[in-house]
Design a protein around this ligand. Structure first.
Ligand code: SF4
Length: 250
């Protein structure tokens, strides 16, 4: 199962901004992937029991550590609510109480309800048929469901449906910005387009790449105090080089 526990690094040092000259020399995404894979190896994400569980996890993980999402999923399972029909029939307050560990439990109960109601009304609970539409059709339909934004839609499309839809999260934005490949303030779809346009549309590659970025973001490319010394991406990373150069200067 996905390991999405939040990291809360101590704010000890801000990384240096990237110069315009450094931005011109940006590394290719494939080389970044190769270095991450060589360092961390395969990540084995989303080893869930079912596609339905992956869909629920994608909705519940918004703003929550994965360990807390797992508690919410387990609560639903124990309450016998681990199916679209059971979730539709359950009162929203009951659902919210069971999802308490996930945070924003009232909002998440509403989002889960909206998802299973859509599944029932449009697909008669045939999740496989829903998920195996063409990737762009599925993504657009997901985005039309209350509470599903682009990151959640891509999470579901990639991890539950096995469709080639790259997931962009805060770790991705931060890493791309430091590598000089993107600006953290770019709209979601502009950042996602970097991967969609430059990499082969291979769900296994997209899954592994995203998982590696998250691993790297938690272990090394931390928000406030990245550990650039010895980082596998440091030779490619303008921000890391600037940071190390600054500290090395007399
Ligand atoms: S060198 Fe590595 S840890 Fe440092 S900013 Fe670049 S990618 Fe992040």
């Amino acid at each position: 199962m996905r390991n999405n526990a939040a990291t809360t690094p101590r704010p000890t040092r801000r990384i240096a901004p990237i110069s315009r000259a450094a931005r011109r020399n940006t590394p290719p995404l494939r080389e970044v992937y190769g270095r991450l894979y060589a360092t961390y190896g395969p990540q084995w994400w989303w080893l869930a029991d079912s596609s339905f569980e992956v869909c629920l996890g994608a909705i519940l993980t918004q703003g929550a550590a994965w360990s807390n999402v797992e508690k919410g999923l387990e609560n639903l399972r124990r309450a016998g609510l681990f199916s679209p029909g059971a979730l539709r029939a359950a009162p929203r307050d009951t659902l919210a109480a069971l999802l308490y560990p996930c945070g924003y439990f009232n909002a998440k109960a509403r989002k889960v309800k909206a998802f299973v109601e859509h599944l029932g009304e449009r697909w008669s609970d045939d999740l496989d048929a829903f998920l195996h539409q063409p990737a762009d059709v599925l993504r657009s339909e997901l985005l039309g469901i209350y509470g599903i934004g682009p990151e959640t839609a891509d999470d579901i499309a990639l991890h539950a449906a096995g469709q080639p839809s790259f997931v962009v999260d805060a770790y991705t934005r931060r890493l791309l910005a430091r590598l000089g490949l993107a600006d953290e303030r770019w709209p979601y779809d502009r950042t996602r387009a970097l991967f969609m346009e430059r990499l082969p549309h291979d769900p296994t590659l997209f899954n592994e790449y995203h998982a590696l970025i998250v691993r790297h973001g938690k272990e090394r490319c931390l928000k406030r105090a990245p550990r650039c010394e010895g980082c596998c991406l440091q030779p490619l990373c303008p921000a890391g080089q600037a940071s190390i150069g600054k500290r090395g200067a007399p």
